[in-house]
Design a protein around this ligand. Structure first.
Ligand code: IMP
Length: 436
């Protein structure tokens, strides 16, 4: 099982951090392949909470090499802050590797993210305002500054000047802002370069060596398929590709290096930021679900929009990522609902019915779920450790999802702690089970 990709099968926040943390213990290397510190992973180990935005969750395991791949956009001030915090709490961070080709988030990207959102007004995307979009824009415009540029003062300064030039108009109101002083930015970023130098590597080669030696590499996705810039609910998406195919591009391996792709989904659905959400709930039911699921963003603290599970979108996620396994998290949160709704189709504004994810954004915007109803359960699931421990209604709920989506469920989450998990028979042979 040398190459396994973990991706979000919804709109992000599915609990990928917890799954990566579990699998990282059984892997040699964990590499992130896209996104940046717009992601937020919460991991609970021995009752202690860890929040990571950039460094792969595997860092908590001594002996696991953690890598930030070329497809990630790196805010070095956030990265240094995370390194400091981990060190302060006694974690060895010496195994962290950063791709020399990863692009940097610069102070002007943060300003431009805000400017862009303000300009859109009501039509705003609801970004995390971490400068992600503007950093990827510069990468595509070939005006990006890469991690390796931190090691050469002259090149760094020249590139900052070149990158600022075409942004002059948008940045005019900030002309006197100290955050835009070229000399100050150069000096600040050189300091990051000194701090990070020992971690910078040709990370593609590192992954090739691992795979060639039969070691297990975990490719850790951020966000989720419906936030994909090509395949998500554009323009209400992030600026990278969170799908499994991007694990190759964002790390430098080929498709044949990937053996397993696991999609993570909550037992219900959530979304942060604007954009279509056909199964969205409002009112009391939404408040109950939000409260019991603790649905507030790790990165921005925003209240998440919540809804019923969307099997149309999940089937889409399964196909686009060629999922070999599905992980259902937070099943425990659904305890106490008399009945549960599962969207098996959509209904358009004019009453038209859709079995597939509609390709036109206006259709999707006005679609609502067409549901089947299943009986809920009242039992507390947090102590369940085997599928047989679950009440029949919960088992039926899982089986229905599995059959509809056509992908076996490998893991079921029943609480935030790392041991609150059920390994199903389908996970057998995919990754070493039990204690690592
Ligand atoms: P950006 O990635 O900050 O540009 O934000 C674009 C969209 O993606 C917004 O709707 C964000 O709320 C959403 N988004 C970005 N990262 C995450 C994440 O890690 N979880 C959930 N939503 C995210």
């Amino acid at each position: 099982m040398p190459g396994i990709v973990i991706v979000g099968a919804q709109w992000g926040d599915e609990g990928k951090g917890k799954v990566t943390d579990l699998l990282a213990e059984r892997a040699d290397t964990v590499i992130r392949f896209q996104g940046g510190n717009n992601a937020g992973h919460t991991i609970v180990r021995d009752g202690v909470e860890w929040k990571l935005h950039l460094i792969p969750s595997g860092i908590l395991h001594p002996g696991t090499t953690c890598v930030i791949g070329n497809g990630v956009v790196v805010d070095p001030s956030v990265l240094c802050g995370e390194l400091d915090e981990l060190k302060r709490r006694g974690i060895d961070t010496s195994t962290l590797r950063i791709s020399s080709n990863a692009h940097l988030i610069m102070p002007y990207h943060l300003i431009l993210d805000n400017v862009g959102e303000n300009r859109l007004g009501e039509a705003m995307i609801g970004t995390t305002k971490r400068g992600i979009g503007p950093a990827y824009e510069d990468k595509a415009a070939r005006l990006g500054i890469r991690v390796q540029d931190l090691l050469d003062e002259k090149i760094l300064k020249q590139k900052i000047i070149a990158a600022l030039e075409p942004k002059r108009l948008s940045l005019r109101p900030f002309q006197k802002d100290p955050r835009l002083d070229v000399q100050a930015i150069t000096e600040e970023y050189l300091v990051y370069g000194h701090r990070l130098e020992t971690h910078i590597r040709d990370t593609a080669r590192l992954i090739w060596d691992d795979l060639d030696a039969g070691r297990t590499v975990l490719f850790e996705g951020a966000q989720g398929v419906l936030l994909d810039i090509d395949h998500g609910t554009y323009p209400f998406v992030t600026s990278s590709n969170p799908i499994a195919g991007a694990a190759c591009v964002g790390t430098g391996v080929g498709p044949r290096d990937i053996d397993e792709v696991w999609g993570i989904t909550k037992a219900y659905a959530t979304r942060v930021g604007s954009g279509p959400f056909p199964t969205e709930l409002e009112g009391e039911l939404a408040d109950t679900l939000r409260e019991s699921g603790g649905e507030y963003g790790t990165t921005t603290g925003r209240a998440r929009r919540v809804g019923w599970i969307d099997l149309v979108a999940l089937r889409y996620a399964a196909r686009i990522n060629s999922l070999s396994g599905m992980v259902i998290t937070k099943l425990d949160v659904l305890s106490g609902f008399d009945n549960l709704q599962l969207a098996t189709g959509y209904r358009g504004e004019d009453g038209a019915e859709f079995e597939q994810f509609p390709y036109h954004q206006s259709v999707l915007h006005h679609s609502t779920g067409r549901y089947i109803e299943m009986p809920g359960w009242s039992e507390d699931l947090t102590e369940c450790r085997a599928i047989e421990d679950l009440p029949e209604a919960a088992r039926n709920y899982i089986s229905f999802i599995e059959e509809f989506v056509g992908v076996p469920v490998t893991l079921i989450g029943v609480g935030p702690a790392r041991d609150q998990i059920i390994w199903t028979d389908a996970s057998e042979g995919t990754i070493p089970r039990g204690e690592a």
